[in-house]
Write a protein of this length. Structure first.
Length: 207
């Protein structure tokens, strides 16, 4: 019976290995519209506030960290708090041209120091999934003066924080490998016990 149990654990280890390989194969092509596996990792290339008469206008460029190209089709919102308890937002920024350049009118804002937050998430129901991005900056608004909340940025280095789109699949693959190694270790640990039990049961006792 112990020998049968040992063989059963061996089969479990083999099946777990096959399952891990299947998971890695399935994870590879998932959400790969942006050129690599896993959810797209975005970054804010630029965020700019521009004075338009008595109103302020916000523009944001959203790019794909993997390719550095503009990333249309995501949800971008801005909010802020300023002097004398003034606030705005959350305001939805529209990508009117579908080119990854989002903008919105913020209305009249009093001059002074402002904390401005811009967030990016994937669109509900979209096949393209995104890792959320949130950036908060402090700026000083002056009448009629445009300013860069975030100056033009290059794509983040691969593998740093929100720069690589491979983190999700790699994490799944690592978890699968760890699970397989655990099962194999358990199987090997029980083999000596199975042998000892088999040896004990085969010993003949003479009366």
């Amino acid at each position: 019976m112990n020998l049968t149990r040992s063989r059963s654990h061996g089969r479990v280890a083999v099946l777990a290995t096959a399952a891990a390989l299947a998971i890695s194969c399935l994870a590879g092509p998932a959400h790969a519209h942006h050129g690599y596996a896993g959810p797209v990792r975005l970054y804010l290339e630029t965020v700019r506030l521009e004075a338009q008469g008595q109103h302020w206008h916000i523009r944001a460029g959203v790019n794909d960290s993997g390719s550095g190209k503009p990333a249309p089709g995501f949800v971008v919102e801005a909010s802020g708090s300023g002097p004398q308890e003034a606030t705005f937002g959350p305001v939805h920024l529209s990508d009117l041209d579908g080119d990854g350049r989002y903008e919105a009118d913020l209305g009249p804002l009093p001059p002074g120091d402002w904390s401005v937050t811009v967030s990016v998430t994937d669109a509900p129901g979209s096949e393209e999934r995104a890792i959320p991005v949130t950036r908060t900056s402090t700026v000083s608004l002056q009448p009629g003066q445009a300013l860069d909340v975030i100056g033009r940025r290059r794509p983040p280095r691969a593998g740093a924080g929100s720069d690589s789109g491979m983190a999700g699949p790699l994490a799944y693959g690592a978890a699968a490998v760890i699970a397989v190694l655990g099962l194999v270790g358990l199987w090997r640990a029980r083999r000596p016990q199975a042998r000892a039990s088999a040896s004990s049961s085969s010993t003949v006792h003479w009366s």
